[in-house]
Design a protein around this ligand. Sequence first.
Ligand code: ZN
Length: 306
Amino acid sequence: MGVVALIATLFVAAGASLQTRADLGVDVAVFEEVENQPPLERPDTVEMDTPRITFGAEDHAHEGVDPPPGPRIALVFDDLGYRTDGLAGELLELPAKLTFAILPGLRASRAFAESASVRGHEVILHLPLEPVDLDRHDPGHDALFVDLDPEENRRRLSELLEALPSYLGISNHMGSRFSSDPGSVELLLREVRRHDRSLFFLDSRTTPYSVIPEQAREVGVPCLSSNLFLDGTDPKRVRPPVQTRRLRRIADRRGQAIGIGHVRHETVEAVREAIPRWQADGIRLVGLSDLMHLDPRAAPSGGSSP
Ligand SMILES: [Zn+2]
C-alpha cells in the first residue's frame, strides 16, 4: 500500500470523507436531482450558500423589531402524496415545523396535505416539469414541457394548481430542462401569479442553469432557491448526515438555509437526529414561508382561494 493509500485508509477509518468537491461537494449535492442526472459543469455556480431572495428580502429594519436570534433552517420534503403512513407518516410526527412538497393528483395527495396542515407543517405544491433526460426520468403525463403548445401548458398548469385544496407556494419536481428555458419559465410564473398573487416559488435547483430566480424577479413572484439536497439516488454519494451538517454550516454563515430531502430511511434518520441538536443550539426550524417576504395584501391562500 502506498503512502497516499495508507493515509486515505486512515482518513476513512477516522470517519472522514475522502470524497472531493468534484464528486460529492456542493456541485453534486446542490444539483443532484430526483432525476439523478449527472451534475453539470459550471464551477462559478457551484457554491450557493444563500437562498437567493429574488423578491423582497426579509427586512426587519423596516418593521421596527429586532431581528430574531439564531439562524433559521427550512427543511423541505419532496415527492409526497403516495401515502400517508410509513416513513411519510413518521415525518409528520417529527417535533419541528417542516415543509412538504406534495405532487398533485396522487392517491394520498389531499389526505397528506390535510394531515400536514393539521400538525402545523407547511404545504407547497410540487409541480412536475420536464427534465433533460426524459428516457430515464418520467415527470408524469400531466407535466409541463418546453415544446408543448403554450395553451396546453396553461391548461395543464391550471389543472395542477387546482388539484390541491390549499398550499402556500410551489416548487419544481424535476424540471432540469423546463426551468432553464426562459420563455417556459416566464409563462409558468405569470400563470402562477395570475392564479394567486400570494403564492411563492421554491426553485429546487435541479439544474445550475435554472432561470427561475431571474424570471420570478421579473414577474414579481417571491422566490428562493434551495441550498442543497439532503440525499440523492445513491446514498453513498450524497450522504444525509453529511448534508445536514453542511446545511447547518450554511445557516450559521448566512443566517438561513433551505435543504430538500426525500422520504428515504437514511434521510429521515439524519433529520431526526439533527433536529434536537439544532434546536439545542438555538437554530430555528421554520416553514419556507417564514423565509419569504410576502405581501400581506395578497390573497391568503393558494389553490381554492376565491
Ligand atoms: Zn420531486
